[in-house]
Design a protein around this ligand. Structure first.
Ligand SMILES: Nc1ncnc2c1ncn2[C@@H]1O[C@H](COP(=O)(O)OP(=O)(O)OP(=O)(O)O)[C@@H](O)[C@H]1O
Ligand SMILES: [Mg+2]
Length: 279
């Protein structure tokens, strides 16, 4: 497939039984770009990322990642990509250091390289001093940091991040956003992010794709997308594209219910007053 693109998908589709999670997805992501896949819960973002990392197989269509064919060269794809899953599993009886050493060995990295990378990453993620503690004793955010370290340990060319800042405190989230920006700009990595943080996506991503019910609704630079629907920012554009009417319906429903509630309360107050007066 095309050499100049880091990720290309051709009608990539995934069905789970009768649910079509991803529906004929066509993406072309150039090397060195940060791509943000946005969409409502259940839209197909995680399924897309899992297919592109050869974690699950696709139902039809095809893709190439880093020039490797998804159907025939999935080992190569796993070798060159870093992947932060949405709900990562950690071996709780390993220490952070042991876990990262294990991941480094899976990539056949030399021991001294693994050791140097681990020190570098633990310092970056503010985990030094805790590296010999068992992962079962780590907080959610600390686990997320270890998973980010694991995704970056082999210094991958193409990095997939599914909700990278979930569970992180504001300072750590900011550090990760800066890191993503540096990896893209200075280290020229290709980064594929799924996120619900629209202001971050607007700042970080060169290209945004919005997926709804498994189908790509719109794609372009954040500015293109904002202008195409006459919005003020990406959040407003996103709400328009994904059907902000749902939000209006919800608000209308709440309003209607609060009016009903108010009427009911008024009637009850009136009844109470009447009872009091008659006593
Ligand atoms: N292993 C699975 N078995 C059955 N259905 C699945 C499975 N994984 C995902 N789905 C379905 O595929 C659809 C897309 O799910 P997916 O996890 O890709 O959504 P998402 O866009 O990542 O959502 P979120 O924003 O909530 O993370 C949903 O309808 C989901 O129920
Ligand atoms: Mg998801």
């Amino acid at each position: 497939m095309t050499e100049s693109y880091a990720i290309v998908t051709n009608d990539l589709t995934k069905n789970f039984g009768s649910v079509r999670a991803v529906n004929k997805l066509n993406l072309k992501i150039p090397y060195g770009k940060t791509y943000g896949l946005l969409g409502p819960n259940g839209a197909g973002k995680t399924t897309t990322i899992r297919m592109l990392n050869a974690i699950i197989s696709n139902t039809s269509g095809n893709a190439s990642v880093g020039g490797y064919d998804l159907l025939t060269q999935n080992e190569d794809i796993r070798r060159i990509c870093g992947f932060l899953p949405e709900s990562p599993g950690l071996y709780s009886k390993l220490t952070a250091k042991e876990f990262l050493e294990f991941i480094g060995e899976l990539y056949y990295l030399p021991k001294d390289v693994i050791s140097a990378r681990i020190d570098e990453l633990l310092e970056l993620f503010d985990l030094e001093g805790r590296e010999n503690d068992l992962l079962e004793g780590y907080s959610r955010g600390m686990k997320q940091k270890v998973c980010l370290c694991a995704a970056l340990i082999q210094d991958p060319e193409i990095i997939f991040l599914d909700e990278p800042t979930s569970n992180l405190d504001p300072a750590a989230a900011r550090m990760v956003k800066n890191l993503i920006s540096e990896l893209a700009k200075k280290a020229d990595k290709t980064i594929f992010i799924c996120t619900h943080l629209l202001d971050s996506a607007e700042r970080l991503c060169d290209i945004i794709g919005i997926i709804v019910d498994g189908k790509l609704e719109i794609e372009g630079t954040p500015q293109d997308i904002i202008e195409s629907v006459g919005a003020k920012n990406l959040e407003e554009a996103y709400l328009k594209i994904t059907g902000a009417s749902h939000l209006d319906d919800l608000l209308a429903w709440r309003e209607e219910n609060s009016i009903k509630h108010e009427v009911k309360n008024k009637k009850q107050r009136k009844k109470k007053r009447k009872n009091k007066d008659s006593r």
